[in-house]
Design a protein around this ligand. Structure first.
Ligand SMILES: [Fe+2]
Ligand SMILES: [Fe+2]
Length: 293
């Protein structure tokens, strides 16, 4: 689907129905969650996914202080995007509770309190930089957003396959559908923005090749991000899947051909963890469960 303006992309997005509506969530067979056990090694990954999702309101507030967030079309998209991402986190949390993994009532505010100080300093500097670059940075924001949305959707796909839990699968299918719509928005607007200027393309390429890390790694503990990537993608075909579905699709954006960072970063994490995954699993599981209760 080719769009001529970002407003066209927004119009398309606004025509998409929500998948995770109240009716969808209320109608899930929650009472059957406990009938199928979930392998404990996936619990830290689900906690990580949950936390990344609910931190979206923080990312949203940060973007509002940049030229990207002040763009009326993008701002409109982000109002709905922010709500959808928070729902994803809340539904994952409810699944964990129904599966027997208790979380505190104030888990959302605890997640915000656990954001690293380094992240806040880094964000302050990035906000200053993006304001200096003005709208030339919008393509970078949008390309980064597309990469994060695509990799998130792949992580959920992988989780669905590996965990193979009947209720979690229904939840993840719903989330994946919404992530696909987010990807389409980000990717399409990135394409339009990057087409406008070779300077914007060069900035996007440089920033992605220098700073890309798995979604959430900047704001949450690096060990949690790495555990999640390794647990989902270190198995057969995992890194190749990221390359095919994320790196190669991002490479189709103007100025981003031959992009390598997403694959090399994820591949590096997987090869670092692969030999010691069993031990790391036990360690990170205990850390995250203590953090969550
Ligand atoms: Fe999400
Ligand atoms: Fe998303």
């Amino acid at each position: 689907m080719a769009f001529e303006t970002s407003k066209d992309v927004l119009d398309w997005y606004e025509k998409q129905d929500r998948t995770l509506s109240k009716e969808f969530i209320d109608g899930l067979p929650w009472h059957t969650v406990k009938d199928t056990p979930i392998d404990e090694k996936f619990v830290p990954v689900l906690l990580y996914m949950r936390d990344v999702e609910v931190l979206t309101d923080m990312y949203h507030r940060e973007l509002q202080r940049t030229p990207t967030g002040r763009d009326p079309v993008i701002a409109k998209f982000m109002e709905r995007w922010g709500v959808e991402e928070i729902t994803h986190g809340q539904v994952i949390n409810r699944f964990l509770n129904e599966a027997g993994y208790e979380t505190p009532d104030d888990w959302q505010s605890q997640t915000h309190l656990n954001v690293t100080k380094t992240y806040h300093t880094y964000t302050y500097l990035m906000t200053m930089l993006t304001n200096l670059l003005g709208s030339r940075f919008t393509g970078t924001h949008m390309a980064f957003g597309a990469i994060h949305e695509m990799s998130t959707a792949q992580a959920y796909r992988r989780m669905k396959e590996l965990a193979n839990h009947p209720v979690l699968s229904i939840i993840l299918e719903g989330i994946i559908r919404e992530e696909a719509a987010h990807t389409h928005f980000y990717w399409s607007v990135a394409k339009l923005e990057l087409q406008k200027s070779t300077t914007a393309q060069k900035i996007a390429r440089k920033v992605i090749e220098t700073f890309y890390v798995p979604v959430g790694q900047g704001s949450l503990a690096k060990s949690r991000a790495e555990y999640s990537v390794a647990m989902l993608f270190s198995g057969e075909g995992g890194v190749e899947t990221i390359d095919r579905t994320v790196t190669q699709r991002a490479s189709q954006l103007p100025g981003l051909d031959g992009l390598t960072r997403v694959k090399t970063k994820s591949g590096g994490i997987c090869s670092k963890f692969r030999p010691k995954l069993a031990a790391a699993s036990a360690l990170v599981l205990s850390i995250n469960l203590y953090a969550a209760v």
